[in-house]
Design a protein around this ligand. Structure first.
Ligand code: GLC
Length: 746
């Protein structure tokens, strides 16, 4: 019955859908009036229907609830949105069912378009390593263009969760440990997804997630509790959400975690007091997958009915796959336990977005097969993916200037479980397309070198299974080669949702493989690929060169080859600290001094440190090398005293003192030396990525104003305090080159 039913609907739909004209960009003029008129016609059941979101049949991104009435519910007006319905054909088919409903209210289609739709871009943490806001915006722009051409109205991105814990697998989805960098990246991603505004046929709604503080899950264990001070919440975890909201984000998604004892989904402090009241958010909040229902498991609701009541009161407007609202809200309103006004507010927020997207003018305006065919996977989009990918690569080590390699090398040994992998270049959260091609490292080398160089290959060992090793084969080909290129790291699903790890060393026997190959004495460059910071201390100490290449997406191999052979000089900087040991976690650059700071980076008598490990990470936030060298000189302040309503101009000179053109990220850090609450030893407050040819120089300027110096005082009042500040400029958080001090006066 169901298949036939769908087929019939499909035929009907096609006849009336093909003639849909391109509706000009929808304006928001008069939308509130239209929403009010429609709301007045709706029954309570239909209103609750708008707050209900189901997943499609072919892709689940959470624990699935059996649902045999999905399509009947849509026809009956009991569904407002679907997620995980992909492609023009399927979205049109399901939309046609919605058009059978009494009021013909179109569905919203949402999908996790996190780093690309058909062309896969580097995972978001990799893109953050580019510190290139334009490149990051471009990535989101291409993703939106392809997703919108393929029937999507809404992406569940950007994920803006700050995280200082690489055991948490979802660090791959965010922008790392820093609030300032994360806020700028959040803004760039919202701008990329929403383009020139909702209603344009190449724009999708952004969804800022996960609200809030999900990245601080205790132990880095996904879905775990979060407990933090108001100051930590407001100073470290909330600003990227506010930046995304200020950039015009259409929707928010709440988070699975409880925050200080209250699940985010049922947290009116977060969703009403902060988001909708203080910040004036006019869009709508979707729950995370089943997070309303999961408040029972949290021990916060006694049953699904109470979960629905708590969630709607707390400001969760739409129930993603929780089956809580659709089953309970009508009765809760009729029993006077929930005000109809709360339902109406949520419905209005959702309807407003449907009007803004132009779906009431034409529910099929995003369902154009010709456009889908033309836009997806274009050569232009792949070229953009390659450009963003090479900008995301971080050069961690380059002893003896081994890199860049010569294209005249006779024989290269390509070794490691990721050397020929295509699938793992995808990373987690990709809109899986079977026929999409992801360029492996090996293919990238072939494309770059053609027949000029002989490539020898050996896997050497399995990604994870220590029983599957063939070191001898790897050693044998290494011995025949001029240079060894090794590709090690994580499989595409070793970081991501529900992928927390207590051990973040290189998996399996991979580092042992590196050790035995290194014994051949051949020049060796190791490419480490992952969705998170990894630990590989022996490799870091013993091999000549290391590139961290994350998971780079469709053009991974070509981008890696561009960097390996110097067609692109790497300029990436780490957006997250790489620990020496899991025992150091959380390890981050903007730590507090404590009353007994460790002067030697090691524990010493009565100093804050470990007996068995330095405090510092293996690789610091903001760190990344280049094939060239840069000099930072001539620090100048236009004054050493200024009042808080004035500003202070700082300049310095950056010179390319090496042999290659390249980019450097000049980073500005500030420290409030004494304040009414303890302040971090340094905080990133500005940066500029500068491209220079050999011998070229540029003056880099920063303007310091009171916002950069503000913090929450003992009464949680945001503002500045007069006093001394330390100014630091460098090319990594642990490599400060220029320093000075200035005073803020009352
Ligand atoms: C998942 C994730 C969320 C995602 C949603 C829909 O559980 O937490 O980030 O957008 O469900 O797939």
């Amino acid at each position: 019955m169901q298949k036939k039913f769908l087929f019939t609907i499909c035929l009907l739909g096609i006849s009336c859908g093909l003639h849909a004209q391109q509706i000009p960009r929808n304006t928001t003029v008069g939308i509130d009036e239209k929403v009010a008129q429609l709301l007045a016609k709706m029954t309570l059941e239909e209103k609750v229907g708008q707050l209900n979101q189901y997943t499609g049949d072919r892709l689940a991104t959470g624990p699935v609830t059996a649902n045999t009435t999905k399509y009947q519910d849509i026809k009956a007006g009991k569904v407002g949105s679907m997620l995980n319905v992909r492609g023009v054909k399927d979205t049109r088919m399901v939309q046609e069912i919605a058009m059978q409903s009494r009021l013909k209210i179109p569905l919203l289609f949402g999908l996790d378009v996190i780093h690309g739709y058909r062309v896969t871009f580097p995972v978001p943490l990799a893109e953050a390593a580019s510190w290139d806001l334009k490149a990051i915006e471009t990535s989101a722009r291409v993703a939106a263009t392809e997703a919108a051409a393929s029937g999507q109205h809404w992406t569940f991105a950007p994920m803006v969760d700050v995280s200082r814990d690489p055991r948490w697998g979802r660090v791959m989805e965010g922008a790392g440990e820093d609030t300032y960098l994360g806020s700028l990246i959040a803004k760039a991603r919202v701008k990329g997804f929403q383009g020139n505004g909702l209603g344009n046929l190449d724009a999708v709604m952004a969804c800022v997630k996960h609200f809030a503080a999900y990245g601080a899950a205790i132990g880095g264990r996904d879905y775990n509790s979060v407990d933090m001070s108001e100051r930590m919440l407001w100073e470290t975890y909330l600003p990227p959400f506010k930046a995304a909201l200020d950039a015009g984000a259409a929707t928010f998604m709440n988070s699975f975690n409880d925050l200080n004892g209250i699940p985010a989904t049922g947290n009116s402090y977060l969703q009403r007091d902060i988001l909708k009241d203080k910040w004036g958010f006019k869009g709508f909040v979707v729950s995370d997958w089943g997070s309303i229902r999961e408040m029972v498991a949290h021990g916060f609701a006694k049953d699904n009915t109470q979960a629905a009541e708590l969630a709607i009161k707390a400001g969760s407007d739409m129930d993603m796959e929780g089956h809580a609202y659709i089953a309970n809200l009508v009765k809760l309103v009729n029993d006077k336990k929930v005000d109809l006004a709360l339902i109406d507010d949520a419905v209005k927020r959702i309807l407003r977005k449907k009007f803004e997207l132009g779906l009431f003018d034409d529910p099929y305006r995003f369902c154009n097969e010709e456009r889908e065919l033309k836009v997806l996977n274009s050569a232009e989009n792949r070229a953009k993916a390659r450009d963003v990918a090479k900008r995301s690569i971080v050069l961690l080590k380059n002893d003896k200037q081994l890199l860049p390699l010569s294209k005249k090398l006779k024989t290269i040994a390509v070794i490691g479980p990721l050397a020929k992998s295509n699938k793992d270049m995808m990373g987690f959260w990709s809109v899986k397309w079977d026929n999409d091609h992801l360029v492996s490292l090996y293919e990238g080398l072939q494309n770059k070198l053609g027949k000029n160089t002989q490539l020898l290959y050996a896997e050497g060992c399995d990604l994870a299974d220590t029983a599957k090793c063939n070191f001898a084969e790897a050693v044998a080909i290494a011995r025949k080669a001029d240079v060894v290129i090794m590709a090690v790291g994580e499989a595409y699903d070793m970081s991501g949702e529900a992928k927390s790890k207590a051990n973040i060393h290189l998996p399996g026997a991979q580092e042992n493989l590196i050790k035995v190959v290194q014994k051949t004495g051949k020049p060796m460059v190791v490419l480490t690929m992952s969705g998170r910071p990894l630990i590989f201390n022996w490799t870091a100490d013993h091999v000549d060169a290391i590139l961290h290449t994350w998971w780079l997406g469709s053009e991974a191999g070509n981008a890696m080859a561009d960097v390996l052979f110097g067609d692109y000089n790497p300029g990436g900087k780490l957006p997250m600290s790489f620990p020496r040991s899991e025992g150091q976690i959380p390890v981050y650059y903007n730590y507090k001094s404590t009353g007994r700071p460790s002067p030697t980076d090691m524990a010493s008598t009565y100093r804050s440190g470990y007996l068995d490990m330095q405090n510092s990470p293996r690789y610091a936030f903001g760190y990344g090398l280049s094939y060239t060298t840069f000099a930072l000189t001539d620090l100048k302040l236009d004054s050493h005293k200024f009042k808080q309503n004035d500003s202070l101009t700082v300049t310095c000179n950056l010179k390319n003192t090496g042999r290659f053109a390249g980019e450097e990220v000049v980073q500005l850090y500030l420290q409030d030396v004494f304040a009414s609450v303890t302040r971090p030893v340094k905080e990133l407050k500005g940066f500029e990525k500068v491209y220079l040819k050999p011998g070229e120089s540029k003056t880099v300027k920063f303007v310091i104003g009171k916002e950069m110096l503000s913090f929450y005082d003992q009464q949680m009042k945001w503002g500045t305090e007069a006093g001394e500040f330390k100014l630091m400029i460098g090319n990594a958080s642990d490599h400060i080159v220029l320093e000075d001090r200035f005073e803020l006066e009352n």
